[in-house]
Design a protein around this ligand. Structure first.
Ligand SMILES: CC/C=C\C/C=C/C(=O)SCCNC(=O)CCNC(=O)[C@H](O)C(C)(C)COP(=O)(O)OP(=O)(O)OC[C@H]1O[C@@H](n2cnc3c(N)ncnc32)[C@H](O)[C@@H]1OP(=O)(O)O
Length: 193
């Protein structure tokens, strides 16, 4: 449900692994929570990168679990642990970051995205509103009018537009995971390590 590895000697790379779109199922939330705790507690780890396997960051809540009562850890405390972590966490966005997946990226300290990726809050199209912090984190980044546009329409935006708005820190045409790892090393003063 997530893979944990150390790359470049000190970056914890956490990969969401829940095909087809790495949705935040109860098992993914549990594994992510444990791996964030592991990375934050490991003295060898200086920074963390979160990405998704097979070209998709995260499609949000797992719609296959919508008919069941919520199991596993709720999303918000997990996102709070990411944000409160003392080590920089970089989201490496490829494919889509939607709904709770976009919220996960918003709670990371930095966001690097592939130029073809799309971001959005489709909750309104399901008759709900984003409830894991996007309604606070997004306005802090891009202001209220642009946030309302995204929240109330559910439209996806492309990486370049997200960069212009101030949601993203970097857009790349290269391997987004590798670029995010370099970004993370730069954030802790270890560029080129
Ligand atoms: C614990 C939760 C906490 C907080 C609340 C969070 C709420 C949310 O996140 S609400 C948002 C939920 N996500 C969505 O509404 C996204 C819906 N999906 C899409 O928009 C699209 O599928 C896509 C853009 C992600 C991909 O589009 P495309 O490339 O055209 O592929 P398909 O639409 O054919 O989908 C492929 C395949 O993926 C399955 N799938 C898509 N989204 C999800 C998902 N969120 N959870 C589980 N599975 C998903 C889709 O059913 C297809 O499966 P099959 O190939 O088996 O049919």
């Amino acid at each position: 449900m997530t893979r944990y590895e150390i790359v470049k000697r000190s970056v914890a790379l956490i990969t969401l692994t829940n095909p087809p779109v790495n949705a935040l199922s109860s098992a993914v939330r549990l594994a992510l929570s444990k791996n964030v705790e592991r990375a934050m507690g490991d003295p060898e780890v200086t920074a963390v990168v979160i990405c998704g396997e097979n070209g998709t960051f995260c499609g949000g809540a797992d719609i296959r679990e919508f008919s069941e009562p919520l199991q596993g850890p709720p999303l918000l405390p997990l996102l709070d642990a990411v944000e409160a972590g003392e080590k920089p966490v970089v989201a490496a966005i490829e494919g889509v970051a939607l709904g709770g997946g976009f919220e996960l990226a918003l709670f990371c300290h930095y966001r690097v995205a592939h130029y073809k990726s799309r971001l959005g809050l489709p909750e309104v199209t399901l008759g709900i509103l984003p409830a894991a912090g996007a309604t606070q984190r997004l306005p802090r980044l891009i202001g209220i009018p642009a946030s309302l546009q995204m929240i109330t329409t559910g439209q996806h935006i492309l990486a370049q537009e997200a960069l212009k708005l101030g949601i993203l820190d970097q857009v790349t045409q290269k391997n987004v995971c590798e670029v995010a790892v370099e970004f993370a090393l730069g954030a802790v003063g270890m560029s080129g390590a």
